[in-house]
Design a protein around this ligand. Structure first.
Ligand code: CP
Ligand code: NVA
Length: 330
């Protein structure tokens, strides 16, 4: 039996992605109203979820641990000082050993090839908790937030009814953007991306994003520009992330300079002509240079519901990949 892994939103069909989002939203509603779905109670009982984290984390760590406990399982946090991952032991050896003792590995590593290697040799599902290319748990939570905040049209099994929505991403082309753009393409949501010159989405990633729309009746379109005002024109949602991702700290000074003029502000939204009721999202942690306080703490900002939705996304992903062994069903 080969386990099914979640390394990127690209691993999911549109129907599976939409189902993970809908399940997260419906579990949230049920649990908050005190009606815990029977199928979740004790669903990870007796199971251990190993959390191999080579980088810092607040949301991913807390949401994964809390989700595992809510489902009756045991989260085992293994930070980079705790285990031999990639330091004194090969990924192959680590993966074979850990997967022989637990029911799931949630891994935060630097390189995508590291999480892919772990998955290749693991006998249990591996869930990517962020690598340099993807952040699927974040994007499930982001689409829960979008689904809850915009009025979805009637939808089919493979859509969330968000077709035609327009997201403007202003800032760095990074892991969060890549998976967000893959999810958007699958859901028929357009992405207009503004990065400084030299910081565009790499060509091989553009290819992955565009190929993720294969078979989708009206895939979301990806448009790139170097002009923030162009990206925000007619946008329903403005999104950004840090300009300096973990591992890029040495480039910090150079990046601050390159990204001047890319801060999301009310003025940028006005100048560029965003929709009247535009909203704002950010995966967090946030720094003031990429978004002003006036936007970040305004009623337009969905950042705190978005962060909370990480919990519901983690429950939905653990249910799909561990409890239901990769069969993503309502
Ligand atoms: N958004 C996110 O993944 O946050 P953490 O790095 O704190 O987990
Ligand atoms: N792009 C950021 C996301 C953190 C959640 C990073 O990789 O550091």
């Amino acid at each position: 039996f080969a386990p099914r892994h979640l390394l990127s939103i690209a691993d999911l069909t549109p129907a599976e992605f939409a189902t993970l989002v809908r399940n997260a939203a419906s579990h949230k509603r049920a649990i908050k109203s005190g009606a815990i779905p029977q199928s979740l109670i004790g669903s990870l009982s007796g199971k251990t979820v190993a959390m191999m984290f080579n980088k810092r984390s607040t949301r991913t760590r807390v949401s994964t641990e809390a989700a595992t406990v809510q489902m009756g399982g045991h989260p085992m946090f293994l930070g980079k000082e705790d285990i031999q991952l990639g330091v004194n032991e090969s990924l192959y050896d680590t993966s074979v050993v850990i997967s022989s003792m637990v029911s799931c590995i949630v891994a935060r590593v630097a390189k995508h090839s590291d999480v892919a290697d772990l998955a290749k040799h693991s006998t249990v599902p591996v869930i990517n908790a962020l690598c340099d290319s993807f952040h699927p748990l974040q994007i499930i939570a982001d689409f829960v937030t979008i689904y809850e905040s915009f009025t979805p049209k009637a939808h089919s099994l493979s859509s969330l009814g968000l077709e035609g929505l327009k997201i403007a991403w202003v800032g760095d082309a990074n892991n969060v953007l890549f998976d967000l753009a893959i999810g958007a393409t699958k859901m028929g949501v357009d992405m207009h991306v503004a990065t400084p010159k030299g910081y565009e989405i790499p060509a091989d990633m553009v290819d992955i994003i565009q190929r993720s729309g294969e078979g989708v009746p009206t895939p979301g379109k990806l448009i790139q520009t170097n002009i923030p005002e162009e990206a925000v024109k007619d946008a329903d949602l403005l999104v950004t992330d840090t300009w300096v991702s973990m591992g890029q700290e040495e480039e910090s000074k150079k990046r601050m300079k390159a990204f001047e003029g890319f801060q999301i502000t009310d003025d940028l939204a006005k100048r560029g002509g965003a929709k009247e009721h535009w909203k704002f999202m950010h995966c967090l942690p946030r720094h003031p240079e990429e978004v002003s306080d006036e936007v970040f703490y305004s009623p337009r900002s969905l950042v705190f519901p978005e962060a909370e939705n990480r919990l519901w996304a983690a429950i939905s992903a653990l249910e799909g990949f561990v409890v239901n062994k990769g069969k993503i069903v309502e």
